[in-house]
Design a protein around this ligand. Sequence first.
Ligand SMILES: Cc1ncc(C[n+]2csc(CCOP(=O)(O)OP(=O)(O)O)c2C)c(N)n1
Length: 557
Amino acid sequence: MPDTRANTRNAAQLLVAELVAHGVDRVFCVPGESYLTVLDALYDERRIDVVTCRHESGAGFMAVSDAKLTGRPGVAMVSRGPGATNAAIAVHTAQQDATPFVLFVGQIERKDRGKRAFQEVDYVRTFGDMAKYVVEVHDPARLSEAIAHAFRAATTGAPGPAVVVLPEDMLLDEVPNAAQGPQPRLVVEPAPQSIAQAAALLEKAERPVLIAGSRLASSEARAVLRRAAEAWGVPVALSFRQQDLFDNAHPLYAGHLGYMLPKDQVALYQESDLVLAVGTRLGDVTTQGYVFPTAPRPKQRLIHVYDDPEVLGAVFATDLAVLAEPVAFLRAFGDRGTGKSGRLAAWAERLHRVPAGMARWEPKEAADGVVFGAVIDGLRRKLGDDAVFVNDAGNFSGWLGRYFPFKPSHRLLGPVSGAMGFGVPGAVAAARRLGRRVITLVGDGGFLMTGNELATAIQYRLPVTVIVANNNSYGTIRLHQEKWFPGRTIATDLKNPDFARMAEAFGAKAFRIERTADIDAALDGALAADGPSLVEVRTSLEYISAFTTLGALAHKS
Ligand SMILES: Cc1ncc(C[n+]2csc(CCOP(=O)(O)OP(=O)(O)O)c2C)c(N)n1
């Protein structure tokens, strides 16, 4: 057979060459017959690490977690129909979390499209609401263009998901050899005039708050944030799930805009006369249900800095909308600060008082299990300033947020989307990327959603420590039931397997905490394990969250 490889190759091989050209060094996948040719092309490409996962939601979450760490698009590959719909949760999470993510999906043959053939899905319609860009490539001559467009969409403006759909037969078509590579990345530098206008507004403000968002996650951005805050003496509140961006013990730390904030703290935020929102889209949770600032017309002046015109002014009447890359803005803005921070010190002190007071852990014992805060306190004592956490979604995560003193040298990855199941896969990806121990906190509910990715941790020998807060309940929902339908518990009680034995069956080191006294030895053992480890914490349901108890809820009703 003549060797035609020198001048042409199949579209699947070109796709892999494009991934390399776009800087992709890892893909997370569950294999499928619909994209066999891509897998085969990856066989020869040693620059791309192919991580095989156990469920497409796991693969997608891993890609999203990887992207949160690197700032570059995470990449997942899944099969058509069932594979793609399993991965949908990651597409949604990438959209809610403003995380760059490119999902490649296999598709049935072109000739069968529109016949509701086996595993056929119209992805443009299915993912149209969640993804920034969805393309089904029918002409292999346009594959490079489609890939470049997907990476561009994922990384331009508010980062987010893009989906590239690959008909099985198209992948076999012969195409020219050359990869096109990425399009130039747009970086919107702040206009000097915007910096001057923002400075003038801040100079006049008496009670300003800087809200820092996820776009300030890089280590460079954290340093820029601190410098700008100190240069202006302006208090910093952190957007939802970005609690590691700024030293929680810093006198300018004004709290984390998550759930369960005390009413008086929200009232204090509302007393502000200027909000400087940088790198956040000012979503529902961060704004405490659109009351800080108040939509559509804030009580205070609003400066909003983001590099996406779709975001600025979309929800809030904005006094100064700055279309600029958030880190570039903050760097230039910090340069204009005087360092005379005293003017705002009393205001900053008022804002700092509540979060600082709430963070003080006072040991508690419960009759029905371990109060999870004691485990967080154990982690605080044992972990260094470079610890990496991945949170699943659920009440247990509130204990970490409340009692762990985050510094910008820590990393905390968690789904802004509130998607359960992010924890274990997220930690697998983070450990693969960082090559060191990553701790994931997960409830018994969330663990049984994607805990199967413990098998991936075992397969790749990754130092992941899973801490399962087991209260035999979908606790978050139980709490809502107690508030709104007291005494009518339904669908939230769980009968669980023995998590420690389950972890051992996977091949992980397992530990159990049944009493507060077990905490130190279990954490020491799990953190020192060579490879994956799991700690099952039999937690108190009475202490259902870091902010209330079942008893207190019953008393209120
Ligand atoms: C994928 C997904 N399904 C359902 C929900 C709704 N939900 C939010 S928290 C929660 C219960 C979490 O239970 P668990 O993981 O045991 O943690 P706990 O709240 O008990 O600490 C549920 C069902 C969700 N956020 N994500």
